[in-house]
Design a binder for this molecule. Structure first.
Ligand SMILES: Nc1nc2c(ncn2[C@@H]2O[C@H](COP(=O)(O)OP(=O)(O)O)[C@@H](O)[C@H]2O)c(=O)[nH]1
Ligand SMILES: [Mg+2]
Length: 683
């Protein structure tokens, strides 16, 4: 297989709303460049990118899919991503592997929520951005109006780099081409607008342009790259993935104008831990040490774990020994794979810019860094920020004895998808699965039944309240038992202090002179931690507390581990009771997409439920995105409410924002329920 040097590599993520045509476009790019002989279709489940059985049956991408196109002496690594808000985790991961984010917008549906989100994310990551208007063949599309909407939503720096002509059956270039005919604006005007924008990043070129009134295309390349890199220009391309119009021109844009891995803004790496970590930049030099980042993990029941990574520095071959993050033991690559959807071929080497995969390495985790320098420690990237999932179901196996298998399978799924969380509710002894939305949850459950043959019962879970304390307090307990022969003795004095929200739990041993022998301190801590899981006032996990054990007593014969576990636990409970404990409730960010006319109803509903609107964004004429904050408990049954308010034209997503003290009424109600349930248990 041919090897490509870094300058001849491009990396592109196809992002945007589900249904915009990303997967079909990937297929068209593969076809046009001769990588495949015939184009598959999403409807028939025959595309290269949607190869997973669940994707075929749902006819939608559910995971990021890695592909490559070899054309004009260039290798383009493409990452096709899912476009439903529920599956955004996969798309966000993909953005970390590429120089260019291509935001695909359907000419039929216009600018939608995921496209705006991705534009933002890509901007924050300082990626070069490209807007691709797809479906120009479709009926009743108004492209000039759409371009105006794109500029209104994403900024005036969005300028066509080619234009549809002959009724959307062809596309003409307006970057190299200073004139010609198109369906809407004149090619000359579009060309001029582009040049005007590009020269703004280069003063010398600007004065030359003002003098001569024209700049040669060759002279525009460097400033063009700069404008892209600085977000000063976002080229807009027109295509029809279905008819193939504009696909050759898009390939040209990617090869001739999209940045190669030496021209982009690579993400920063860090060395060292915590606040003292030093940032450094990778260099796209194939001769330096290897630095690569795993942006996707696939756990296949047959092939095992596949780690898909992007190389930033150095060269990986099958003989390379790679360390995983802080791991001390390197592994040998063995087989290095180039992916084409569900298929893979071996490649001899991966250089900066390449996207490749290794199989069967269990220690590889999502977001880890691979490197080959023995003397370097704690190399990492700033962790990707994923939305915290809040849509939950409590699950139990239909067949007894399946608990362990369920836990194994969920473990694998978490390895693949950072936006799945599995919690154990210690009070109800329930396993709770949380995902970003209904579709996301359903896809997980369906995968469990179809792929892993697990039958599961589901139920709405409890609201994940938390407990904390609001004052300092002292706690004491003496555990003493004398039963026949040997006794049990342990005594603990401790202090509790509230910590900042989100700071978590801290245990401090401040005893002196061995009043509690060293070997029993873990038992005290164990006792304290037993309370953390089940809480003290309402049966919810306790958080943001510091426990300082400062005194105690022991007995040379009767002191035992059990005695200190019990003393630790009861001393802690004693302290909490005096430390003004409260219940915290989860507050979520909701984002509602609905017809503009419903704005008042949605806002009114939110504010009547202790919520508030924090902002609105117009997406396209008549459609609005409303963001707001509300307590999770108030959003139970929200999908039905939204449906009735919007006549079925609204959708929403939510994620955790923060925890806040619950209102007094709710506090009381939860505490009463907890007391009752405890009483039941004791009866
Ligand atoms: N008319 C038309 N339909 C298209 C075009 N591209 C994709 N589609 C259709 O749009 C739907 C969604 O396409 P898909 O590639 O799955 O979109 P994705 O969710 O962005 O990956 C499918 O039914 C495609 O056949 C196009 O250029 N023109
Ligand atoms: Mg798709």
């Amino acid at each position: 297989m041919a090897n490509y040097v870094t300058e001849h590599i491009r990396t592109v993520a196809l992002v945007g709303q589900g249904g915009a045509g990303k997967t079909t476009l990937a297929e068209a790019l593969l076809l046009k460049s001769g990588m495949i002989k015939e184009a598959g279709a999403v409807e028939r489940g025959t595309t290269v990118a949607d190869f997973d059985p669940l994707e075929k049956s749902w006819q939608h991408s559910l995971r990021a899919s890695v592909l490559h196109v070899d054309t004009q002496d260039t290798r383009i690594h493409l990452v096709d991503t899912p476009g439903f808000p529920d599956f955004l985790g996969q798309a966000i991961g993909a953005l970390d592997a590429v120089e260019t984010a291509a935001v695909v917008v359907s000419a039929q549906s216009g600018v939608e929520m995921v496209a705006s989100r991705m534009m933002d994310w890509a901007g924050k990551r300082r990626l070069c951005r490209l807007v691709i208007v797809n479906k120009i063949d479709a009926e009743n599309v108004d492209l000039p109006k759409l371009l105006a909407a794109i500029q209104a939503a994403f900024g005036r720096e969005c300028l066509p780099i080619n234009l549809p002509s002959a009724g959307g059956t062809k596309v003409v270039d307006c970057f190299f081409n200073p004139d010609g005919e198109s369906d809407f604006s004149s090619v000359a005007d579009a060309h001029r607008a582009l040049v005007d924008q590009v020269v703004e990043v280069d003063e010398e070129l600007m004065s030359l342009y003002l003098e001569q009134g024209e700049i040669e295309a060759g002279q525009l390349h460097a400033p063009f790259e700069k404008a892209l890199r600085e977000g000063h220009l976002v080229p807009v391309c027109f295509v029809s993935a279905k008819t193939g119009a504009g696909v050759a021109q898009l390939l040209d844009v990617l090869v001739k104008l999209a940045p190669n891995p030496t021209e982009g803004n690579p993400p920063l790496f860090f060395k060292g831990e915590g606040d003292t970590a030093q940032e450094f930049r990778s260099e796209p030099d194939p001769k330096k040490h290897v630095l690569a980042h795993v942006f996707k993990v696939v756990v296949d029941p047959f092939v095992g774990k596949l780690g898909v990574f992007r190389v930033y520095q150095g060269t990986v071959t099958k003989d390379t020994q790679l360390f995983i993050g802080d791991g001390r033991k390197p592994f040998k690559v063995g087989h290095l794979f180039l992916l084409q959807g569900g298929k893979s071929v071996e490649m001899d080497r991966a250089v900066p810019g390449d996207i490749a995969a290794v199989a069967k390495v269990d220690e590889i985790d999502f977001d880890c860094v691979l490197h080959d320098s023995h003397d370097e420690d704690h190399i990492h990237m700033r962790p990707l920020e994923f939305p915290v999932p809040m849509h939950g179901v409590a699950i139990t196996p239909k067949k007894r004895g399946d608990e362990q298998r369920i836990s194994d399978v969920l473990h694998r799924m978490i390895a693949e998808d950072p936006t799945i969380v599995v919690e154990h509710d210690a009070t109800t002894n329930e396993t709770v699965l949380r995902a970003l939305g209904d579709l996301h949850l359903r896809s997980i459950l369906e995968r469990m039944s179809a792929q892993f043959k697990l039958e599961i019962d589901t139920r709405p879970p409890r609201i994940p309240y938390r407990e904390t304390i609001t004052a300092n307090a002292e706690g004491f307990h003496r555990h003493k038992k004398q039963t026949g022969g040997a006794g049990q003795f342990g005594e603990v004095s401790l202090r509790v202090e509230p910590r900042q929200r989100g700071a978590g739990f801290e245990f401090v041993d401040a005893t002196k002179g061995g009043v509690i022998p060293h070997q029993f301190m873990p038992a005290v801590q164990k006792g304290v931690e037993q309370v953390l899981a089940t809480g003290a006032v309402a049966g919810f996990p306790l958080q943001d507390v510091r426990v300082i054990v400062h005194d105690g007593k022991h007995h040379p014969v009767d002191s035992k581990e059990v005695a200190f576990v019990s003393a630790g636990k009861k001393a802690f409970l004693d302290a909490i009771e005096k430390a003004r404990p409260i219940v915290l409730e989860p507050i979520v960010t909701v984002e509602v997409i609905c017809p503009e006319g419903n704005t008042g109803d949605i806002a009114g509903d939110l504010s009547s439920r202790r919520g508030q609107v924090t902002g609105t964004t117009g997406l396209q004429p008549g459609v609005i995105a409303i963001s707001g904050l509300a307590p999770l408990v108030e959003l139970e049954g929200y999908s039905a409410r939204l449906k009735s308010v919007t006549g079925g034209h609204g959708s929403y997503s939510m994620q955790l924002s923060h925890y806040e003290p619950a209102p007094p009424m709710l506090q009381q109600q939860l505490a009463t329920e907890f007391k009752k349930s405890r009483k039941h248990e004791e009866d």
